[in-house]
Design a protein around this ligand. Structure first.
Ligand code: PEP
Ligand code: CO
Length: 464
């Protein structure tokens, strides 16, 4: 909790004013507000049928998992845990296969092992998966060679291929995305229950190409050190460290497609309020985090812990109002502010936002997304990110929080366990010319396995 006093006049009067003007919330009350970034479907009745079906289908997660995560996030806000949130920019319906899912899990497990070892803190693992199928776009349409079509908005809306047929929003894709999310989550739960995430067997998480990595030796040393600590504790206690046999995994996605989110918003026995049970921790994207918009209206009524992306377009006044609406009761673990400015902007913007949160007297978990402010185009028109920029933004974030007496308690990254070449730099020094070797993302460039481990190693030097 901040030590700065809350200004009584603002806090009381404005909160009262806000409450008076805030209509009663329901899972559909967002429909009275302007909703950005929503697809336009031709066939309204086909869409309604799908939404109706989705609202009958079983939830993907449970309210007690959601509450357990909220509790852990509250501990991260106080510096007792560290949040690792990562995964694809956009999931693909086609890549819902065992190898892709296992490699996503492996890289997050490996990163978290490095973080646990280096920070001596328990790490909360949240995947950007099992629902990350809707994407905000800077323009509603895309033009190529004089042909203009709707933009690709993620696999739950339309297809990336540049044809009129593929780009037409199809409500059936919402059902396909829900099913793929369920299949993904089912496999992840089975792997974890079957011992895949057992800290005694980090060799299960090895990726094929790992031994060629310049970071392999350092990683192996960490694995060895953790193995020794485990054996030491078990010898000492005479029992196996059962609590450490398995780790938890939580899911998150951007809550962008509001009809999809609405359909999975439920009440549960023995608890009050409404839960979005399609995921543990949905987040509001930077573009849709506007105080009068439909997304903020929808999110304010959820019991889930929520993320809010903030960046150069987020003014201190807007952030103060967002906290009034989304975090009125200062509930522990409720809000994670995920800042994403870019290396050249963070120093300009973050301090004022930290100050406004301190002034509010409310506690949030601060998390740095060093990816989304650092996207740039190569001369050949390929979207990429420089690893040095990603590291530098993260370093600046640690420093700014430290200077302000706040805690950077998490990192949010776009990452894959696959050996892709999408971001330049890193231990192997990938250049713009290397990007063509294995560029697979449909949307934003991801860290590959080596770059991800290198990033985790850097964080331990700052957050330890
Ligand atoms: C994303 O996380 O993929 C994204 C679009 O982020 P932002 O809202 O921060 O731009
Ligand atoms: Co992205």
């Amino acid at each position: 909790m901040s030590v700065l006093p809350v200004t009584p006049a603002r806090s009381f009067v404005d909160t009262m004013t806000l409450k008076m003007y805030m209509p009663t919330w329901s899972p559909t009350s967002w429909q009275q507000r302007p909703a950005d970034q929503q697809p336009r479907y031709d066939d309204g009745s086909a869409l309604n049928t799908v939404v109706e079906q989705l609202s009958q289908l079983p939830p993907l997660v449970t309210s007690w998992e959601v509450e357990a995560l909220k509790q852990q996030l509250a501990e991260a806000a106080n510096g007792q845990r560290f949040l690792l949130q990562g995964g694809d920019c956009a999931e693909s319906l086609v890549e819902c296969d065992s190898a892709s899912i296992a490699s996503k899990l492996k890289i997050l497990l490996q990163m978290s092992l490095v973080l646990v070892h280096g920070t001596r803190k328990r790490v909360i693992r949240i995947g950007r998966f099992a629902g990350q199928y809707a994407k905000p776009r800077s323009s509603d349409t895309e033009t190529r060679d004089g042909v203009t079509l709707p933009s690709y908005r993620g696999d739950c809306v339309n297809k990336a291929e540049f044809t009129a047929e593929a780009r037409k929003p199809d409500p059936q894709l919402l059902l396909r995305a829900y099913e793929r999310s369920a299949l993904t989550l089912n496999f992840i739960r089975a792997l974890i229950d079957g011992g895949f995430a057992d800290l005694h067997h980090p060799e299960y998480w090895d990726l094929d190409f790992m031994q060629h990595s310049p970071r392999a030796a350092e990683y192996q040393r960490i694995v060895e050190a953790i193995g020794q600590s485990l054996r030491f504790m078990e010898t000492l206690a005479g029992i196996s460290v059962s609590d450490m046999n398995r780790v938890d995994f939580y899911t998150s996605h951007e809550g962008l497609h509001l009809l999809y989110e609405q359909a999975q918003t439920r009440q549960v026995p023995h608890r009050t309020g409404w839960y979005n049970l399609s995921t543990h921790c949905p987040w509001i994207g930077m573009r849709t985090a506007t105080t009068d918009g439909a997304h903020v209206e929808y999110f304010r009524g959820l019991r889930n812990p929520i993320g809010v992306k903030i960046g150069p377009i987020t003014t201190p006044d807007r952030l103060r109002d967002l906290l009034d609406i989304l975090h009125p009761d200062d509930e522990p673990g409720r809000i994670t502010l995920i800042h994403r400015f870019g290396v050249h902007e963070i120093v300009k913007h973050l301090p004022a936002l930290v100050d406004v949160v301190k002034k509010s007297g409310k506690t949030v978990l601060w998390c740095c997304d060093p990816m989304h402010g650092n996207t740039q185009m190569t001369d050949d028109g390929i979207k990429t990110r420089k690893f040095d920029h990603i590291l530098a933004e993260l370093e600046a974030a640690f420093e700014i929080h430290e200077n302000h007496g706040t805690i950077l308690g998490g990192v949010h990254v776009e990452v894959t366990g696959d050996n892709v070449t999408e971001c330049t730099g890193g231990a192997r020094g990938l250049s713009d010319g290397d990007l063509g070797q294995a560029y697979r993302s449909q949307v934003d460039p991801r860290l590959n396995y080596e770059q991800a481990l290198e990033l985790a190693m850097l964080i331990t030097r700052q957050a330890g």
